[in-house]
Design a protein around this ligand. Structure first.
Ligand code: C2E
Ligand code: MG
Ligand code: MG
Length: 695
């Protein structure tokens, strides 16, 4: 109501009150006792009815207060002693009326405000719920006292993939049950049904469902509702689709236990499986540790993408080799492990053979045919080990043996492998100290130039005199030195020593130094060669560096740059052991070698082995056409010499002419040959005559 109208109304009410108040004042002075009582009675009635009828508290007072005052005044104006008593009674009566009016008015106000607030809250909640149902991915559900769905929202219809008629009035549990895979969700549905029967609250109950062919996960939360008298009225709840969260959880769990490239279990998962196998019933089981051979070559030559494709294919083949109860995992790189459950040595043996045959079958990567091999180390539990670490260590030792025995094969762990591994570690420790203990020396093996009848080159061959083991062959320590990186320091010593020695030889004799591929990874190689030449005063033309094809397998641009830089200084290069490695002509084209050394395995029995002869002939022909000198290594017999000579190979190294000679013997040998000339048939006797010191 506008303020003005409100005021006018109060004014009217006030005037009415004043008019009514005149009634007792005018009538009382002339009234007898009965009439006075009537006046008091009517006035009291007026006071009581005004507070009931008046629309507001103020209006009630505007009528009743003047009437009360008028009545009191009138009573005091009356003659006789009853007037003041009646006036007092009117005061008491009016006060009681006013107090009760004030009280009921206050309760009325409170009730009205409460009702208004409740309405407002209802409106807000309704608004929020509507918005929740429209905007959120969650949905509200509501059931009646018999747990049948009511209040079907749009969102709910959508998530159930149904129409409203399919949902309304349907039993909530049966509806959920219909959408679940009974085996997978039995426990969840049972818990839901139990909670509903017991009228318990439940929160985030996880239920797997299949809706219109899509697998999903819901969280269902519900709260029973009761009326004031405790009567159950049904459930109110919310459902959320947590499929995305569940999937990412599953993905994270999968990633933590699987190799991302091949999808196989990873090292972590394998260790867990192995620990479980040890903890389980004591059936024998085997660990096969497979390491790919030549994988690095594929990776280096065809690139990492091709390497990855190859690893995926290997993983598939490995899985195809084992049965469903066995576990294939990738440890990383080109290493795979297989846990063969309930297996004895025989079945591990059979499986290893099958794996080697399968993995060694050719692959087609990027349209190219690629061949790799695999070596396997096997350790069997509980015979070989009582714990997973030990089983791993033993399989590793067996793998090392398989690799040393020529790769492409498998070996079972044997107790003495441990002893050998310790020996290897001891050898490694001694090798580290060998340089400072001055345990190395060089021997020099002449390479005779038949056409000029002189020693054109002498190859420096490293020897290690161990304090306890005596003379250790380079075949048993060069690889160890390469694996530990010690070859870089040792190789530097060899280059410097070889140059110093060769500087004392007749000027026509070069010195050949073997270089390991590992030395090329060290960027200081060319500066080492430079300083070795300048310190010794040996002209670069008299230094030949022998490298094998394996240098190119690891090669990046840096390696080729080093090779070219050294060659530009006048140092020449020989490709050693040609024919044993990859014998790829591309290596010969990518770098201009000065010499090619035919490996001794092709020289052996060349007179009787047609295939060896054919290889030597091919290498000689190719080298001659590329303008390279051909050197035959390991020539031991006169017969071999004759055939090689006939094939046009005029540079000969081998026991036929000389075994490797000590540093003090090589100079006199070179001079002796230069002075007297040499012929194959005379070689042995010449050497004996000279009584030269050989190894
Ligand atoms: P290599 O470079 O092919 O050296 C030739 C090997 O053949 C030498 O063995 C030599 O003694 C042996 N040999 C020579 N003539 C005959 C023969 O008529 N019959 C037989 N059966 N063998 C013959 P050695 O000295 O044991 O060296 C073995 C390998 O060790 C070398 O093969 C080379 O690869 C490596 N090596 C030796 N010294 C060094 C070095 O200073 N640095 C590097 N990185 N490797 C070295
Ligand atoms: Mg050599
Ligand atoms: Mg060789």
């Amino acid at each position: 109501m506008p303020l003005r109208a409100y005021r006018m109304r109060n004014l009217h009410v006030g005037i009415i009150g004043l008019l009514w108040s005149t009634m007792p004042v005018c009538l009382a002075p002339h009234a007898d006792a009965n009439q006075i009582l009537l006046i008091v009675y009517v006035s009291s009635g007026l006071i009581a009815s005004s507070v009931v009828i008046a629309p507001t508290l103020l209006a009630a007072f505007l009528i009743s207060v003047p009437v009360m005052l008028g009545t009191i005044v009138a009573m005091l104006m009356t003659r006789g002693s009853a007037g003041p008593v009646l006036a007092a009674l009117v005061v008491v009566y009016s006060s009681l009326i006013f107090i009760s009016t004030l009280h009921s008015h206050r309760s009325f106000i409170q009730r009205t405000v409460g009702k208004m607030e409740f309405e407002e809250q209802r409106e807000v909640v309704g608004l929020l719920l509507r918005e929740f149902e429209q905007e959120s991915s969650d949905w509200l559900w509501r059931t009646d006292a018999s747990n049948r769905l009511e209040h079907i929202s749009e969102r709910m219809i959508r998530v159930f993939g149904a129409v409203e008629g399919d949902l309304r009035g349907k039993d909530f549990v049966s509806l959920i049950f219909k959408l679940t895979d009974p085996a997978a969700a039995a426990s969840a549905v049972t818990r839901l049904s139990e909670a509903l029967c017991a009228r318990d609250s439940f929160r985030d109950l996880l239920v797997p469902l299949t809706i219109q062919g899509r697998h999903c996960w819901w969280h269902i939360t519900g709260k029973p509702m009761f009326s004031k008298d405790g009567t159950f009225r049904g459930y109110r709840g919310v459902g959320s689709d947590v499929t995305a969260a569940k999937q990412s959880q599953a993905q994270i769990a999968h990633m933590a236990s699987h190799d991302s490239l091949t999808g196989l279990p990873n090292r972590f998962a394998f260790h867990e499986a192995l620990a479980a196998a040890f903890a389980g019933p004591s059936h024998p089981f085997a660990l096969l540790w497979a390491d790919l051979d030549q994988f690095k070559d594929v990776n280096d030559t065809l690139g990492h993408a091709a390497g990855d494709t190859l690893l995926m294919e290997v993983a598939k083949r490995l899985v195809a080799c084992v049965s469903s109860g066995d576990l294939v995992a990738r440890l990383g790189g080109d290493e795979f492990v297989i846990l063969l459950s309930g297996a004895d040595s025989d079945s591990a043996d059979t499986l290893a053979g099958r794996i080697i045959a399968t993995v060694s079958e050719p692959y087609h990567v990027d349209g190219m045919r690629v061949g790799i091999g695999v070596s396997i180390g096997i350790s069997v539990a509980p015979a070989d080990a009582a714990a997973s670490d030990e089983l791993f260590k033993n399989a590793d030792l067996a793998l090392y043996r398989a690799k040393s025995d020529g790769r492409g094969t498998w070996r079972f762990y044997e107790a003495d492998m441990d002893v050998r591994a310790q020996e290897r570690r001891a050898l490694q420790r001694d090798l580290r100290l060998a340089l400072e203990r001055r345990q190395f020396h060089l021997m020099f093996q002449p390479i005779v130039d038949l056409s000029l009848a002189r020693v054109g080159t002498a190859e420096a061959l490293l020897r290690w005199t161990h304090s306890e083991r005596g003379l250790v062959s380079p075949d048993s320590f060069i690889r160890l030195a390469e694996e530990t990186g010690l070859i870089v320091q040792i190789g530097e010593w060899v280059i410097r020593q070889a140059c110093l020695e060769a500087a004392h030889w007749p000027g026509h004799t070069c010195v050949a130094v073997n270089l390991s591929p590992v030395q090329f990874r060290d960027t200081s190689l060319s500066s080492i060669v430079d300083s070795a030449l300048s310190d010794s005063g040996l002209p670069p033309e008299r230094l030949v560096l022998e490298i094998t094809e394996s240098v190119f397998l690891d090669a990046d641009d840096g390696v080729l740059d080093t090779l070219h830089a050294l060659r530009e200084r006048g140092v020449s290069f020989a490709l050693d052991d040609f024919g044993t490695g990859y014998s790829s002509l591309s290596y010969l084209r990518s770098f201009p070698f000065d010499k090619v050394k035919i490996d001794k395995s092709f020289v052996r029995d060349i007179a009787h082995h047609d295939s060896n002869l054919a290889i030597v002939r091919a290498i000689t022909g190719m080298a001659n056409s590329l303008g390279m000198t051909v050197i035959a290594e390991g020539v031991e017999t006169e017969e071999e010499l004759i055939v090689l000579r006939l094939e046009g190979c005029m540079h000969i190294q081998g026991y036929l002419f000389s075994r490797p000679l000590s540093a003090s013997a090589i100079g006199p040998y070179v001079r002796m040959v230069a002075a007297s000339g040499i012929h194959g048939g005379e070689a042995q006797s010449t050497q004996e005559a000279l009584n030269l010191q050989t190894q």
